[in-house]
Design a binder for this molecule. Structure first.
Ligand SMILES: NC(=O)c1ccc[n+]([C@@H]2O[C@H](COP(=O)([O-])OP(=O)(O)OC[C@H]3O[C@@H](n4cnc5c(N)ncnc54)[C@H](O)[C@@H]3O)[C@@H](O)[C@H]2O)c1
Ligand SMILES: [Zn+2]
Length: 400
């Protein structure tokens, strides 16, 4: 709409932007008979038909985490060869230390050299959360927005990093300081990748699952309490005869994704500051970057959650019994619950940073009982007494 004043004319533009994307749980993703990797992002039946009848070779640019490439590269190559795809696979060491603009630019140079049709040939990222975040950012920059597909290969990225819209890299020693909110066209999830993941990384992913359980779903919490160790031991692979409804791996991943999507979908650009998914993410970015590479993302998140559980207890939002149940569950999932570098000064710095960027209120998500939460601010005295109790009770048993 147009308005004119003595200073000039201005036009106000309101342009709602809609993102539509698909999150698909599948199996045998790399079996050449499975169409998902090449066509799973196409929702319109007419476009799909046109795609199937097209005789020209399909073109795909694929970025893979280097470790994942060593494990699954030949399967991906065989798949693309069998489907007569014209492809380029770019393996990269996508570690937290390399989660930078340099890596984004490297991808962009290779992508540009290879050449893709910007609207119809999505870039494919195959790897953990780091790989998916970096490639997502590269794709969202190339020609202002190139479609991309996420194929998560870690538990953490399976239930978390692949289902939302955020992309990003670290910058100026700050976690995910540069990034975009551009959703992938699709995320294809196959639990088979998780079987080669080291045990510590399974625990790491379980931390994000526990986050959703504590914030939103008591049933998921109880499942983690009773079956968490089994999930860790079995690496989320379904045992024979257990596929489907009664299988803890299927049930827990499904609940984690559903609760996550319920939170993310109405708030894809995070305009609403009341975000349950921020639980465990108030102090942890500061801690994670400070001790890099000692703590994995989920481990830092868990330490933050463990402290917040003490804050909740101190404020009477959780009973002592509930607090112990949560901490014991974390320990059984082999997650750290305390860290020496999580000092009170670090906590204050992280919270004051948040205050600056969240309209003057910290609005920290805090569990109230199991599977429910509120958003609230907490005074320094309570934060400190919770901190003291947390250190008293948990510091001695923790590895540093
Ligand atoms: N975009 C989002 O919404 C979002 C959400 C949560 C986390 N993240 C980001 O995700 C990152 C953490 O992700 P991550 O935990 O997946 O870490 P990661 O990507 O570093 O992967 C963990 C390790 O596992 C290896 N690996 C990956 N798949 C494997 C497999 N199938 N078998 C054996 N090894 C394998 C990798 O090489 C790496 O060494 C953080 O940078 C975090 O900021 C993003
Ligand atoms: Zn996280």
């Amino acid at each position: 709409c147009e308005s004119t004043s003595s200073h000039g004319t201005s036009w106000t533009v309101v342009s709602p932007i809609t993102f539509t994307y698909t999150v698909t749980q599948t199996h045998d993703l790399l079996n050449p008979n499975n169409d998902t990797l090449l066509m799973g992002h196409i929702r319109d039946p007419e476009r799909l038909e046109a795609f199937r009848s097209n005789t020209k070779p399909i073109k795909r640019f694929v970025v893979m985490d280097e470790t994942v490439y060593n494990l699954y590269g030949s399967q991906v190559t065989d798949y693309l060869e069998a489907r007569n795809v014209s492809y380029r696979i770019l393996p990269l060491p996508t570690t937290e230390e390399n989660k930078s603009m340099d890596t984004v630019l490297k991808i962009l140079e290779e992508l540009h050299r290879f050449g893709i049709a910007r609207r119809t040939e999505p870039v494919i990222a195959i790897g953990g959360g780091v790989c998916l975040d970096i490639v997502g950012l590269a794709a969202s920059l190339y020609r202002r927005r190139t479609p991309y597909i996420r194929v998560p290969t870690t538990l953490l990225s399976y239930i978390d990093a692949s289902v939302g819209a955020k992309t990003g890299v670290n910058f100026a020693d700050c976690k995910n300081k540069l990034g975009t909110y551009i959703a992938p066209v699709a995320a294809f999830l196959d639990r088979a990748f998780i079987q080669s993941l080291p045990r510590r990384h399974i625990s790491n992913g379980l931390a994000e699952m526990l986050k959703m359980a504590l914030m939103k779903h008591k049933g998921l919490f109880e499942l983690l309490e009773t079956k968490g160790r089994f999930l860790l031991d079995s690496k989320f692979q379904s045992t024979t005869g257990l596929r489907g409804k009664a299988d803890p791996a299927s049930v827990s991943t499904r609940l984690a994704i559903e609760t996550m999507l319920e939170e993310l979908a109405p708030n894809l650009w995070e305009d609403d500051l009341d975000r349950l998914v921020d639980f465990g993410h108030l102090i942890s970015p500061e801690l994670e970057m400070k001790v890099l590479p000692c703590l994995l993302h989920g481990e830092a998140v868990n330490i933050d959650m463990a402290y917040m559980v003490y804050v909740s207890c101190e404020r009477g939002l959780l009973t002592e019994v509930e607090k112990l149940r949560i901490i014991n569950c974390m320990l059984r999932l082999e997650l750290p619950v305390w860290h020496q570098d999580f000092t009170f000064a670090l906590l204050q710095k992280a919270l004051s940073d948040r205050l600056q960027h969240s309209g003057g209120l910290v609005r920290m998500p805090l569990p109230t009982g199991l599977g429910r939460a509120i958003f609230n601010d907490t005074c320094d005295n309570t934060l400190y007494s919770a901190y003291e109790k947390w250190c008293d009770e948990l510091s001695s048993g923790s590895k540093e």
